[in-house]
Write a protein that binds this ligand. Structure first.
Ligand code: KIV
Length: 291
């Protein structure tokens, strides 16, 4: 067999190749092992939230490799003001819909406030519902050092866990919606939280609203992937709330969101056109009628 010299050897570039999480050739459902392998390859990947089967099927067809059925469903889908009121029944129903609407993406179901804070056994009971009843491939929960016992038991029980540190919206009543990790003491706490969730066995960790330099430092320190939201470009992956990034959310969206479409306008204009057609008698036409 001809040996290639080092200069001739094809170099694997991040995101290149049939195993790539985004743009790869495999059609089977992505697992947490694929996520771990992507970090080893230095590959960046996109994650989006999803709350229903139809929207999730669009993201799946577009190749989004990981979808989070986030408890942001509370504000973005269910009409609550915060994520705090979201229940495990609601998360189970939404997660099941997203699983049904997808065939390739890894679906991560969020454990809502009150479903794991009592301790590891409560966390296991709640996560088991999301795995058995909804069919998710992993769960997410908030908290670093304070949640490490929950993460340990879930992982020991065979349930992959994505952790979430930095701004943790379920703690809005005590924390507010403020940048986390500013200042030496807060930065050291974030690093301790990141190490605690990795040591407990989490396969990935969301870093929400932390300074970009600190997020990059955490990413370089951990062997598990970091998923940034408002955490700069130095993380392994990025996540956005889909209603924010496609412009469906009403009102102000956070500064870290890039809006890729204006669905609120597209839908509003289309709905007005329909209403005017009905009022003006131009819909339906003969082509829309059955005879
Ligand atoms: O609930 C959610 O959508 C989240 C993301 C913002 C990471 O936790």
């Amino acid at each position: 067999m001809t040996q290639l010299s080092a200069a001739q050897t094809p170099q694997r570039t991040p995101g290149d190749g049939s195993r790539a999480l985004y743009g790869g050739k495999s059609n089977r459902r992505i697992t947490v092992r694929d996520i771990t392998a992507a970090k080893e390859r230095g590959e960046k990947w996109p994650m989006l939230t999803a709350y229903d089967a139809t929207t999730a099927s669009v993201f799946d067809e577009a190749g989004i490799p990981v979808m989070l059925v986030g408890d942001s469903a509370g504000n973005c889908h269910l009409g609550y003001e915060t994520t705090v009121p979201v229940t495990l029944d609601e998360m189970t129903m939404l997660s099941a819909a997203v699983v049904r609407g997808t065939s390739r993406a890894l679906i991560v179901g969020d454990l809502p406030f009150g479903s794991y804070q009592e301790g590891p056994v409560q966390a296991l009971r709640s996560a088991t519902r999301l795995v058995k009843e909804a069919g998710v491939g992993a769960v997410k929960l908030e908290g670093g050092e304070r949640s490490h016992r929950q993460i340990e038991l879930l992982v020991e029980s065979g349930i992959p866990v994505m952790a979430h540190i930095g701004l943790t919206p379920q703690s809005v009543n005590s924390m507010g919606y403020r940048v986390q990790g500013r200042g030496e003491e807060a930065a050291q706490q974030l690093l301790r939280d990141a190490k605690a969730v990795q040591d407990a066995g989490a396969f990935a960790v969301v870093l929400e609203l932390v300074p970009a330099e600190l997020a990059a430092e955490v990413t370089g320190t951990l062997h598990i992937p970091t998923v940034g939201i408002g955490a700069g470009s130095g993380t392994d992956a990025q996540v956005l709330v889909w209603t924010d990034m496609l412009g469906l959310t009403g009102g102000r969206v956070p500064k870290f969101v890039k809006q890729y479409a204006d669905l609120r306008k597209v839908m509003g204009d289309a709905v007005k056109a329909y209403a005017e057609d009905v009022v003006g008698g131009t819909f339906p036409q003969d082509e829309h009628a059955v005879h």
